[in-house]
Design a protein around this ligand. Structure first.
Ligand code: HEC
Ligand code: HEC
Length: 250
């Protein structure tokens, strides 16, 4: 990997706009200093980010996501992406800038409002006296708890296994493929794109199917789809309120 390029300083107003987007949409996975977190890799060591000038290389990743890999897609315009890119490129990599390392406390939310939000948006699937009992006690760092509820099992690799570094109960993403005329095949999703779908059957057999439009028929069942959908609707406030509430769930 080459040295991180020295870039001419960007317009501070652009960097500020990028920072605002990054803070809400990206920092909880990639870290407030872009050096990676529980859910996402270090962006400052990424070859793709290194090669990027004004967001053009990051845009496809941000706009399409890498859903299987735990990177959601974001509905950001090219201008917003170039602002975020300017912000990410503004980090100094050689000299360690400690002021950026420590995020301000994230327990700035209102636990009562967090509870109300939980009842409205989460209680259909979870209960703080049932499956989430003791949640607050499982994490000493509220930031990790926040990453965990935002994207349980974040950064899962192929076949939905491991990754993320936090023990969790997240069932794997599965897929059903129905070839024309053939019997259905079901298994854990390995990889999927417009041309190919790879799955692993219950006995460990790996199967690969070529895709051509709607043939074969492919149905993906991602247990975390509701969480991915929520990522697009939370406001910064919702997230802070929820975190403040959930740390108190003993
Ligand atoms: C829920 C967690 C999460 C969020 C939120 C998130 N990312 Fe990611 N991001 C990931 C993961 C996981 C990967 C690694 C995907 C892979 O393995 O290919 C990734 C990969 C990337 C990459 C590609 C890095 C490379 O070297 O291939 C870029 C660029 C990136 N993210 C930028 C962003 C930006 C900008 C935002 C905010 C708009 C953002 N991400 C929000 C989890 C996240
Ligand atoms: C439509 C159902 C659904 C909704 C709504 C939902 N979740 Fe989840 N959540 C899941 C599934 C499925 C999992 C993965 C299996 C599991 O861990 O229970 C999960 C996992 C989790 C986990 C990890 C549990 C563990 O111990 O592994 C946390 C924490 C969590 N969700 C918090 C929330 C919060 C907070 C909200 C509301 C903002 C929410 N969820 C909304 C379905 C949902």
């Amino acid at each position: 990997m080459g040295a991180y390029p020295q870039r001419p300083p960007a317009d501070p107003a652009v960097v500020e706009r990028g920072k605002a987007i990054y803070g809400v949409q990206c920092s909880f996975c990639h870290g407030s200093d872009a050096r990676g977190g529980e859910g996402g890799p270090n962006l400052l060591r990424s070859q793709l980010v290194l090669n990027d000038q004004k967001g053009e290389a990051m845009a496809p990743v941000i706009q399409n996501g890498r859903i299987d890999q735990g990177m959601p897609k974001f509905d950001l315009t090219a201008a917003q992406i170039s602002d975020v890119a300017a912000y990410i490129h503004s980090f100094r990599v050689g000299g360690y800038d400690i002021s950026r390392e420590r995020p301000e406390s994230i327990l700035v939310g209102d636990a009562k409002e967090g509870e109300t939000y939980f009842k409205a948006k989460c209680a259909s699937c979870h209960s703080v006296t049932g499956d989430l009992k003791g949640l607050g006690a499982r994490f000493t760092d509220p930031k990790l708890l926040q990453n965990f509820f935002l994207m349980p099992g974040g950064g899962r690799g192929g076949f939905g296994g491991g990754g993320g570094g936090v023990a969790n109960n997240v069932p794997p993403t599965t897929v059903t493929v129905t070839p024309a005329g053939g019997p259905k095949v079901e298994g854990r999703l390995g990889r999927i794109d417009d041309f190919i779908v790879v799955l692993m059957e219950a006995d460990g057999t790996q199967r690969t199917f070529r895709r051509d439009g709607d043939t074969p028929k492919v149905d993906v069942h991602d247990p975390l789809q509701p969480h991915k959908d929520l990522l697009r609707v939370y406001t910064d406030r919702d997230i802070h309120n929820l975190t403040s509430y959930l740390v108190s769930v003993k």
